[in-house]
Design a protein around this ligand. Structure first.
Ligand SMILES: [Zn+2]
Ligand SMILES: [Zn+2]
Length: 363
């Protein structure tokens, strides 16, 4: 089969590799129908995530069809269409029992395209299938659910829920990339009074307005602190969400919020940031951070299925799966291409011939 393989910093290629097989009774093998690329994949390619070893297939967001099952899988059938989230859950460790799947100590957590082969491939092995994948309702297309694999739950759980956004709040979102825009979208589930998007790219701010921000600030030309103070009678925002992953933008968030306000850090930082405790201690701030758990997936799937939430606007570019290399070029050059998320779609096939011998052998 073909897959997008990481070969060390700056090096990727679309390679012929062996097809995955069932390795544990709780595994399934999925034919990837739709996949996408994440900003994290670009980080990996820069060499910022040394845990990813050369030779690893990248990708942690996809929709696919179950083509092979281990003997221990009980809630899925061959042919089921499933959403694979960026987080895998063993279902048995202390953290999985607390729905903190991102912290899984039983072999799950963020493993796809990180610690095991990922989902930018024609086929993928999915461990802990019963507790890790989500059946896609027949009424929904792949594209309607694909971004629930990562950016929507990340924005919703780590930004909106950790930031405890409440009705009537003023929320400032720093960064209007895919994650920041997904915060703009999912913050509206709590009817804030004001959604402020802050970025240095006017094109992204325009998208933030389209998705529901009522105030946008280009912090390349306008002082965002002064603008937010003006809107809030000098108090500051109730909550600020950091999605840029720079020390400066984290520090900015701590300055944007009112006394007693909340800063929710979503950004995946590569450098230390300064926490000005000497000024902040008396302001009673709450600062949260974390990796997504995807425990809200059933809720998000219901909202999408019932037409209350749509992430289709994130799909700015489409490529056949076989052109994943070109899709990376487009995604990495977002400043020029204005890409938010690319959709990689496999060639449609007739009914998948189930690999009978393999299934029989394992069962
Ligand atoms: Zn991702
Ligand atoms: Zn676990």
């Amino acid at each position: 089969m073909k897959a997008l393989v990481y070969h060390g910093p700056g090096q990727r290629s679309w390679d012929e590799v062996p097809e995955p097989t069932i390795e544990a009774p709780t595994d399934i093998v999925v034919r990837i129908d739709s996949s996408t690329i994440c900003g994290t994949d670009l980080h990996i390619l820069k060499g910022d995530v040394p845990a990813v070893l050369p030779g690893t297939i990248l990708g942690h967001e996809a929709v696919g069809t179950v083509v092979e099952m281990g003997a221990g899988v009980t809630t899925l059938e061959l042919g089921d269409r499933v959403l694979m989230s960026c987080i895998t859950s063993c279902g048995r460790c202390r953290f999985c029992k607390e729905a903190r799947y991102g912290l899984c100590t039983g072999g799950g957590g963020w493993i796809f395209g990180h610690l095991i082969d990922g989902l930018q491939a024609e086929y993928a092995r999915v461990p802990f299938a019963d507790t890790s994948v989500y059946k896609v309702p027949d009424t929904l297309t792949d594209e309607e659910v694909l971004f629930l694999a990562d950016i929507l739950p990340t924005a919703y759980e780590v930004g909106v829920l950790n930031g405890r956004i409440e009705p009537g709040d003023t929320v400032a979102i720093v960064g209007a990339g895919p994650i920041g825009l997904a915060v703009v979208l999912t913050a509206q589930l709590f009817t804030p009074a004001h959604i402020i998007a802050i970025d240095i790219d006017d094109g992204r701010l325009e998208r933030a307005r389209e998705l529901g921000a009522d105030l946008t600030i280009n912090n390349g030309s306008v002082d965002p602190i002064a603008a937010v103070m003006q809107l809030t009678d000098g108090l500051g925002a109730d909550g600020a969400v950091e999605t840029v992953r720079l020390p400066e933008t984290f520090e900015l968030c701590t300055e944007l919020v009112r006394p007693g306000g909340r800063v929710a850090n979503v950004g995946v930082h590569g450098h230390s940031a300064t926490l000005h405790l000497e000024r902040l201690w008396i302001r009673d701030l709450t600062i949260t951070m974390g990796l997504v758990d995807t425990f809200t997936m059933p809720r998000l799937l219901s909202l999408v299925a019932e037409g209350r939430l749509s992430a289709l606007a994130f799909a700015t570019h489409h490529f056949p799966l076989a052109e994943t290399m070109a899709a990376y070029d487009t995604f990495a050059d977002a400043a020029q291409s204005h890409a938010l998320k690319v959709v990689l779609t496999a060639e449609p096939t007739k009914l998948e011939p189930v690999r009978e011998e393999a299934v029989a052998g394992v069962r």
